[in-house]
Design a binder for this molecule. Structure first.
Ligand SMILES: *[C@@H]1O[C@H](CO)[C@@H](O)[C@H](O)[C@H]1NC(C)=O
Ligand SMILES: *[C@@H]1O[C@H](CO)[C@@H](O)[C@H](O)[C@H]1NC(C)=O
Ligand SMILES: *[C@@H]1O[C@H](CO)[C@@H](O)[C@H](O)[C@H]1NC(C)=O
Length: 380
């Protein structure tokens, strides 16, 4: 998917969006929305981190892809105010004499006008005419950088987001605490369920190892996942689910992610795992030219569940992301996606094994960040 709009700082890129995809019986899904006779959905685009004040040429490419559904995964606008780094002067945002925070919330009026700017972008308007647009939020449209449940502007900003998304006035989503929701598309047998989480409204303090989703959203999510099966279930989270980058970047800086709420993350993995035992295999074909390596996950019967063939050359590739390319297609240069969660969640052990094996040989001169990207090919 080359459809992610994220052209900003590495930080933004790192904390990009997360899409979790589960196929078939992996997930049971409830049909809360009316199952309809509509055509099957086969083209979905998603994006995030869209700066309403900057040019957004990406919409042309998205429209060209002709998605039936477009999913906003958060930072749909940059609603809060970002002050420049400043060591001296009246407003000092860093250093020992820091006297103002780097980020500040906007007024309701300012938020509103930013949404107007985003919504009237000609490219986005065209997309809206052609595709169903749905979405959740992240911190900057929630209202404040890295904010959680403590943020006071959340009720107002929930209304503003839902206005932006054209949520009907009588929608229950306008009455609940948080913007989480789900949709089911397509005819029976080919239904796609999209679950959008709210990782802001109920989130405890970052260092608390408390909750991300909060009690009411967990109850809802469990119900959503326990109903009748859909062919495919997609879960969107505005913060990274699998990545554990903070473990390598801390204590210098910490990234927001599920990885920082280990209990909460285990609960999610538990909920979406099918609890089938699997094992990983690595088969090396020394006779092939170039030498190739088959990396597979197999089930109880020894049959492959999923896998990938990699040439040994690729493991040594100079270009970061080459493994990602073989598996996930054309990732945009600065983006990496979490598109293969089932593979990763169910087969985490196998993946770790893969990294451990490949590490010393393949990543020798690759800097840390790149290393992470490759080990977690589908995890960033
Ligand atoms: C958004 O774009 C404007 C104009 O290019 C820029 O001044 C601003 O810093 C950007 N905001 C963010 C959060 O990147
Ligand atoms: C993630 O990092 C934390 C330390 O920040 C560590 O305790 C934990 O075991 C790591 N989890 C995984 C799955 O690597
Ligand atoms: C890997 O290659 C083998 C033999 O060429 C093929 O049977 C298998 O399906 C391939 N596996 C994947 C995951 O592409």
């Amino acid at each position: 998917m080359a459809l992610i709009y994220c052209s900003f700082t590495p930080l933004v890129v790192l904390r990009l969006l997360t899409v979790v995809i589960a196929v078939g019986s992996v997930l049971k899904a409830a049909c809360t929305t009316t199952a309809s006779d509509e055509a099957p959905v086969s083209r979905i685009a998603f994006g995030s981190c869209a700066n309403q004040s900057a040019p957004q040429p990406i919409w042309d490419a998205i429209i060209k892809f002709n998605p039936q559904v477009f999913i906003w995964l958060g930072d749909n606008i940059y609603g809060d105010i970002k002050r420049p780094f400043s060591l001296f002067g009246k407003q000092r945002t860093i250093g020992p004499w820091k006297n103002v925070p780097r980020f500040a919330p906007s007024s309701e009026h300012e938020m509103q006008s930013k949404y107007v700017e985003a919504k009237t972008n000609p490219g986005y308007s065209r997309l809206k005419d052609k595709a169903k647009v749905i979405g959740t939020w992240d911190d900057h449209d929630y209202g404040l950088n890295d904010a959680g449940k403590e943020f006071g502007g959340k009720i107002t900003n929930q209304r503003l987001l839902l206005d932006f998304l054209d949520e009907p006035q009588d929608s229950p989503r306008r009455k609940q605490a948080g913007v989480y929701t789900s949709y089911t598309y397509g005819p029976v047998g080919r239904q796609i369920k999209v679950i959008l989480l709210d990782t802001r409204y109920h989130r405890d303090l970052m260092s608390s190892d408390g909750s991300i989703l909060g009690t009411s959203q967990w109850t809802w999510l469990e119900k959503e996942l326990k109903g009748p099966a859909s062919a495919l279930t997609i879960i969107g989270s505005s913060i990274q689910v699998i990545s554990n980058l903070s473990a390598t970047t801390g204590p210098l800086f910490y990234l927001e992610s599920w990885g920082r709420f280990p209990k909460e993350r285990s609960r999610l993995f538990q909920l979406i795992s099918d609890r089938q035992p699997n094992f990983g295999v690595i088969e090396i074909n020394w006779d092939a030219v170039p030498v190739s390596l088959k990396f597979e996950v197999r089930d109880l019967n020894g049959l492959p569940v999923t896998g990938v063939n990699i040439s040994l050359l690729e493991l040594k590739a100079k270009t970061v992301g080459s493994i990602a390319d073989t598996k996930a297609g054309k990732d945009q240069k600065h983006c990496s996606l979490e598109v293969a969660l089932p593979w990763l969640v169910r087969y985490r052990l196998a993946i770790l094994f893969f990294c451990a094996l490949a590490g010393p040989f393949a990543f020798q001169s690759v800097p840390n960040a790149a290393k992470d990207e490759r080990c977690g090919t589908h995890a960033e």
